[in-house]
Design a protein around this ligand. Sequence first.
Ligand SMILES: Cc1cc2nc3c(=O)[nH]c(=O)nc-3n(C[C@H](O)[C@H](O)[C@H](O)COP(=O)(O)OP(=O)(O)OC[C@H]3O[C@@H](n4cnc5c(N)ncnc54)[C@H](O)[C@@H]3O)c2cc1C
Length: 474
Amino acid sequence: VRLETIPPSLISRFAEIVGEANAVTRADEQAGYLREWRDRYTGRTPVVLRPNSTEQVSRILTLAHEHGVGIVPQAGNTGLVGGQIPSMDGDQIVLSVERMTRVRDVDAVDGTILAEAGVTLAGVQDIAESIGRLFPLSMASEGSARVGGFLATNAGGTGVLAYGNARQQCLGLEVVLADGRVWNDLKRLKKDNSGYDLRDLMIGSEGTLGIITAAVLKTVTKPVDFATAIAAVPSIDAALALFHAAETAAGDTLTGFEFWTGDLQQIATAHMAGVRAPLDHSGPWFVLIEVSEQRKDGSARALLRDILDEAFSDGVVTDAAEAQSLAQRKDFWALRESFSEAQKHAGGSIKHDVSVPVAKVSSFLKAASEAVQRVCPGARPMPFGHLGDGNVHYNITQPPGMDKATFLALWEAMPRAVHDVVAQFDGSISAEHGIGQMKRDELVRYRCDVSMDIMRSIKRALDPKGILNPGKVL
Ligand SMILES: Cc1cc2nc3c(=O)[nH]c(=O)nc-3n(C[C@H](O)[C@H](O)[C@H](O)COP(=O)(O)OP(=O)(O)OC[C@H]3O[C@@H](n4cnc5c(N)ncnc54)[C@H](O)[C@@H]3O)c2cc1C
């Protein structure tokens, strides 16, 4: 859909809804909304609107629908696929939910939190903590990512292995539809088979089907004892064997199983302030393994010890360090969470967020590495991620000495080569970050025609004028 340029008189009508102070038109004040974390996408907009209520969002969409104006929802602006950034044409309005930060209800008995779309993920975690529970969604961007954004992207992170992704943490939604109607489905039901699951349709729709204004979030019983280790493993096959043994021994008390390369660890410890590695070892691979228990009787630690002892005797682990305190556990996770940013210090990097069946991760990595060398000899794959979910952040750093721009110019050929390998292994080209604008054209290549037809029909039914996040996903 090609949208018309928005006349100033119409912009004034939008501004009236939120008040002048929350209709941002000055370039310097808009800058933070028009550029994303990786500096890959920038956009233009006549105005950033910052409503503070569902009613204001509804009025904005009613007006936008009437005049066919594109609206780009934004929450914490930490999305990694350009979904929250408007186009460069300057004909789309950014709607930021950052001022919608009310917590409408906390129910300690149900363990639910009814929060508006602008509450940060860290804020939700704190509320859960205050009622003695855990909100298990966790990722490096949690200080900035917000309810609307993490639900619209169905975010994953490090807790998926044990607790599932954002979808599993949400019981109900309030959403403003393209024509301004408010769909209120703020239920707290664990069971609800009354017709199509509209909540699950909205979650992960990246702002293309409706604007999430509030959600009922579910918390879980909080583990009180943790045993966490970082282990050096000789190969990804060994890491997979360790994962299998740990899952068999620990069941759902296995709450973390992450992996990364020795190269990546070296870059992170060399360049990131305060980031330390507990093992003086080159790897070549490392895993972080965590067991969490509901009781503080040392059983978590005993279980982890058993898992590691067996792994040492099987030659699956060559060295390991266990966290001796909560502070050290924090350091272990800080190392793991530093990798996205650390890669910036090694030159240009081309990133992929893919998943394959867990058992195929090792074969995938071998095949992908060969594909990368065919596109750019000398390029250095530095994969890391959530091994227990088969989710690989398959990031490739430029060859030493190569011009950064020359390498980054491969940001079409490289994903094509890597995604073709993903397809061979029945994987997904977007495990947790979404499609946004970055992978829109790739989606058509890797999802079947029937899937694309269904998605287009849903989009047409809910947003016939194509005003919701135009140019994203489809
Ligand atoms: C350092 C770092 C680490 C990260 N780690 C992870 C990780 O481990 N796992 C993971 O899944 N992601 C990760 N991400 C990506 C990102 O943090 C998540 O996708 C996050 O959920 C986005 O939330 P946000 O509030 O920043 O949304 P935004 O970036 O503002 O928006 C993301 C998408 O949601 C849409 N949207 C925003 N608000 C609404 C709303 N109210 N209604 C409808 N649509 C809306 C936007 O239009 C856009 O398409 C990471 C990002 C960074 C920078």
